[in-house]
Write a protein that binds this ligand. Structure first.
Ligand code: SF4
Ligand code: SF4
Length: 245
């Protein structure tokens, strides 16, 4: 039986740590202690989850779902919960057929037949996999945004309209912890962008192969542009080889 109370530092997570150490520049990570939480005035806004009847874990839209970072995938695999990972990372292509280092789709957490998250218990309104919940759940409903003027990051409450909230300085410590989770989520997303965009073969060899499309559909693939996409005057050019460095 998988331990649902805490994340597991298993084999795939350890390999991901090693790749991250090797390829991701830690100087580009945001420091959770330095990112400011932006409050409305002096109000500390916090979701009132225990008294919420419109839970964010309820997903009746078939297109919606909880997106999984590489860390979430590794954690679920290491916890013996690989069967809850639905789909793969897929990448966008530009008009010339070049695979971009931008995601088209990401794996998602499995749902129940009624559309709710697999871990959501409608009887209690609680998450039954709280310890292994994905990164995006850890930071919700806070998110890192960047100031328009100077590009500096800040953490913002992004709860949806149905989020009942509480306000007051007594929530400051809890909010700061959620803000730290939001910064961690941002760093995990950055890690995904670097590893999936630039080191996809290393990921494949580390054990993420089953969550990746074939090599020719990944960034760095050498592909010929699709027929009929040449502009006038270039018709007779040999198919251009596009490779990402
Ligand atoms: S984050 Fe908002 S919607 Fe989700 S359970 Fe808490 S109060 Fe409800
Ligand atoms: S994993 Fe838990 S917190 Fe995340 S959506 Fe599912 S039930 Fe909600």
């Amino acid at each position: 039986m998988a331990d649902l109370d805490t994340r597991v530092q298993g084999e795939l997570t350890t390999r991901l740590d090693a790749l991250s150490e090797q390829f991701v520049d830690r100087d580009d990570f945001l420091d959770p202690d330095k990112v400011k939480v932006r409050n409305k005035g002096d109000k500390w806004i916090m979701p009132d989850c225990p008294n919420c009847t419109e839970r964010c874990c309820v997903h009746d839209d078939p297109e919606s779902g909880i997106l999984l970072s590489l860390r979430d995938v590794a954690n679920l695999v290491d916890s013996g919960l690989e069967h809850l990972i639905v789909g793969k990372y897929t990448f966008k292509r530009n008009k010339r057929g070049k695979v971009l280092d931008d995601f088209d789709e990401m794996p998602k957490l499995a749902k129940q037949p009624d559309g709710n998250c697999h871990f959501y218990d409608p009887a209690t309104g609680r998450c039954e996999g709280y310890g292994v919940r994905p990164t995006i759940c850890r930071r919700y409903p806070y998110e890192v945004e960047y100031r328009k003027k100077n590009g500096k990051p800040f953490v913002k409450f992004i709860g949806w309209a149905k989020c009942p909230t509480m306000e007051g300085p007594q929530f400051a410590d809890s909010i700061k912890q959620m803000a730290r989770d939001a910064v961690n989520d941002e760093n995990v997303s950055y890690e995904d962008i670097i590893l999936l965009g630039e080191h996809v073969e290393a990921l494949r060899q580390a054990g993420f192969d089953r969550f990746l499309p074939p090599p020719e559909e990944c960034p760095g693939a050498v592909v010929a542009p699709p027929a009929g996409k040449f502009s006038k005057g270039k018709k007779n050019r040999p198919a251009e080889v596009v490779a990402e460095g």
